[in-house]
Design a protein around this ligand. Structure first.
Ligand code: KIV
Length: 271
């Protein structure tokens, strides 16, 4: 049985929650040891080659969620509602249901007090919701650190309380100053999941392509690279190209052979 919402919320204050993004079955088979797989709309950049998340559609998110569901054994699956999919309560509920039907255990959406009623509508439909505060990639003009001033900090803290009351089971804090992330983590009852928001959050999330050193276009300082996979892939492809060109691949062990007597009969027939 995979992790449940209750498993995740009960980890607050006891054990750090690990989250990685996931978009496809092969990668999720390898990453299923984390507590939560987030089918993030960062798929727009790392899977679809867009410059940001604003071109991602519901169809895209359904397809990625299905792929993740097909491979997941242990983790909880949370899928992003893409931009423009939760502008009204009706759209938000209908689109959340589509992601749940595709295999998500919960949905995530971006924003504070302005979407509190939307969050409540989704939770009242029986669907679990993860919030997302701080840097909001769907609407941000620039990717900048959030919560640097007293006013910003107070707004973030208030938003975190309001969306908790609205019903979220946890909140992603993206690029929030460590001090503000710590205050929010102490003040709210649900787990905070940080990305570039310091060590005091209840859990951490990274984009899997960043963490494996696969995505080279943007290298934010919070995205620690645990591998240089892009380098390994380039070297492997270079070796493959060389071996095919110089005819050392495929070798004997990579081929299938006909029985020799069959082959001899065939040769006689076709010459
Ligand atoms: O889309 C995404 O991957 C996210 C994470 C960065 C939190 O929302």
């Amino acid at each position: 049985m995979h992790k449940t919402i209750k498993d995740i919320t009960e980890m607050k204050g006891k054990e750090k929650i690990t989250v990685l993004t996931g978009y496809d079955s092969t990668m999720v088979t390898l990453c299923d040891q984390v507590d939560v797989i987030l089918v993030g709309d960062s798929a727009g950049m790392v899977m679809l080659g867009y410059k940001d998340t604003t071109s991602v559609t519901m169809e895209d998110m359904i397809r990625f969620t299905t792929a993740v569901k097909n491979a997941r054994k242990d983790s909880l699956i949370v899928s992003d509602l893409p931009i423009n999919s939760y502008q009204t309560k009706e759209d938000a509920v209908a689109n959340s249901l589509k992601l749940i039907q595709a295999g998500a255990d919960a949905v995530k959406l971006e924003g504070g007090k302005e979407i509190a009623k939307i969050i409540t509508a989704i939770t009242e439909a029986g669907i679990h919701v993860m919030g997302h505060l701080g840097l909001l990639p769907q609407t941000a003009e620039k990717y900048t650190v959030q919560g640097k001033t007293r006013e910003d900090a107070i707004e973030l803290i208030n938003d975190s309380k309001i969306i908790t009351e609205a019903g979220v089971f946890s909140i992603v804090l993206e690029m929030v100053t460590s001090q503000v992330a710590k205050i929010i983590t102490e003040k709210i009852t649900v787990p905070t999941i940080g990305i570039g928001s310091g060590k005091d959050c209840d859990g951490q999330v990274l984009v899997v392509h960043d963490m494996l050193g696969l995505f080279e276009k943007i290298k934010p300082k919070f995205a620690k690279r645990y591998l240089s996979l892009s380098e390994e892939i380039r070297n492997a492809v270079k070796l493959y190209v060389t071996e095919v060109k110089e005819e050392s691949f495929p070798a004997e062990g990579n081929e299938f052979q006909m029985d020799e007597s069959e082959y001899n009969k065939l040769r006689k027939e076709i010459v």
